[in-house]
Design a protein around this ligand. Structure first.
Ligand SMILES: Cc1ncc(COP(=O)(O)O)c(C=O)c1O
Length: 364
């Protein structure tokens, strides 16, 4: 039996009856956009995150670009963002005409706070942190840096629903926390979806207006907004999954703990969570200098893998205009060349995991 890199059907089957009932209720309700389910999900997700306000949007990318837009960040402004992230993080900045300034990672895949100061310029307006792979960034030094320099702090929590540091959840450390509910995410829906956590109630209202054509009141449009609404079906399904999120994250944590205990191969570097962090292991990412050979060897044994991500944003074609070439971010590039995600999906059986561990340990 093949073990693919990911299997979303097993997450669905785990709570199938609840998902089906929730979906049917919406289908029968006659209300499909901006109704009770979205409002209920927004308040339940805000409560899960420990307070504040959540606003449902159409995707994680929308959450990011609308966040920077509403913070007034645009042409001529710079945003400090880690180099080793998914390209959508960077698009959230550049869709507003602002410039990303890339920060190298530390040993935990997180933004290195030591690397921030030298990149500061009079144009720097914000810091954007990604909690990559569900591994929480130790936020204290970054929060301090933003306070000292009067910068906005935005978190990309697309891969980190439920991760925490110092008893606080990812997404609630700064001005805006941006979430994606893309199906593969820890809190994934069954299509596209996203949300923001917002500290300021006034800013939350601006998100509500902006997501709905800039309309605060029917037929009155105060600004050119977007159509970026979390729909009722996705919201209802997310309410089901949110009830189970801690249990699902605990399963991811058990899978990761076993990998950390049992993978023993000098050629394979294991991920190292930073001190004081609660990690939700969106991906279990190892590093290997001979990554291609490792992936081939696993594939021959019926085990799928993924690379998150082989081309770092600064080397993507889309960002050629930034004028950065190979060598600009050596740590980021070294990660892009060596990272490999092994199966860690919800529902991975003990036997399947044993097979993955054996194959990793036998790799020569
Ligand atoms: C780190 C990160 N940021 C942003 C996004 C964008 O989210 P979406 O696909 O919902 O637009 C994703 C996921 O795709 C992501 O992994």
């Amino acid at each position: 039996m093949e073990i693919p890199a990911n299997r979303l059907d097993r997450t669905f089957e785990r709570h199938q009856t609840e998902y089906e009932a929730a979906a049917l209720k919406v289908l029968r309700s006659g209300r499909y956009v901006l109704g009770e389910e979205t409002a209920a999900f927004e308040s339940e997700f805000a409560a899960y995150l420990g307070g504040g306000t959540c606003v449902g949007l159409a995707s994680g990318l929308d959450a990011l670009w609308i966040a920077f837009r509403l913070l007034g960040i645009g042409p001529g402004d710079e945003v400090l963002v880690q180099g080793n992230t998914y390209i959508a993080t960077v698009m959230g900045i550049t869709k507003n005409g602002a410039t990303p300034v890339f920060v190298e990672p530390d040993a935990h895949f997180a933004m290195d706070p030591e690397a921030l100061e030298p990149l500061l310029t009079p144009r720097t307006k914000a810091v954007l942190v990604t909690h990559l792979y569900g591994m929480m960034t130790p936020m204290a030094p970054i929060v301090r840096f933003c306070r000292e320099h009067g910068l906005y702090l935005v978190e990309d929590c697309a891969q980190a629903h439920g991760a925490a540091y110092g008893g606080r959840k990812a997404g609630t450390f700064g001005d805006v926390g941006c979430f994606s509910f893309y199906p593969t995410k820890n809190l994934g829906c069954f299509g596209d979806g996203g949300a923001v956590w917002v500290r300021s109630p006034a800013l939350a209202e601006r998100f509500r207006t902006f997501r709905n054509y800039g309309s605060e009141k029917k037929h009155h449009n105060a600004e050119v907004g977007a159509n970026s609404r979390l729909d009722e079906l996705q919201a209802a399904l997310l309410r089901v999954k949110l009830r189970h999120l801690d249990g699902l994250n605990a399963e991811k944590q058990r899978i990761a703990a076993r990998y950390l205990r049992e993978i023993e191969n000098p050629q394979i570097l294991l991920p190292e969570p930073a001190k004081g962090t609660v990690n939700v292991w969106h991906q279990f990412v190892v590093r290997c200098q001979r990554r291609g050979a490792l992936a081939d060897s696993l594939r021959e044994q019926g085990i799928g893998t993924e690379i998150h991500y082989p081309i770092p944003p600064h080397l993507a074609e889309a960002y050629r205009y930034l004028g950065l070439s190979r060598g600009a971010l050596p740590k980021t590039e070294a990660l892009a060349d060596t990272v490999l995600s092994v199966p860690s999906f919800i529902g991975l059986t003990e036997d399947e995991q044993t097979r993955v561990i054996r194959a990793l340990n036998a790799f020569q």
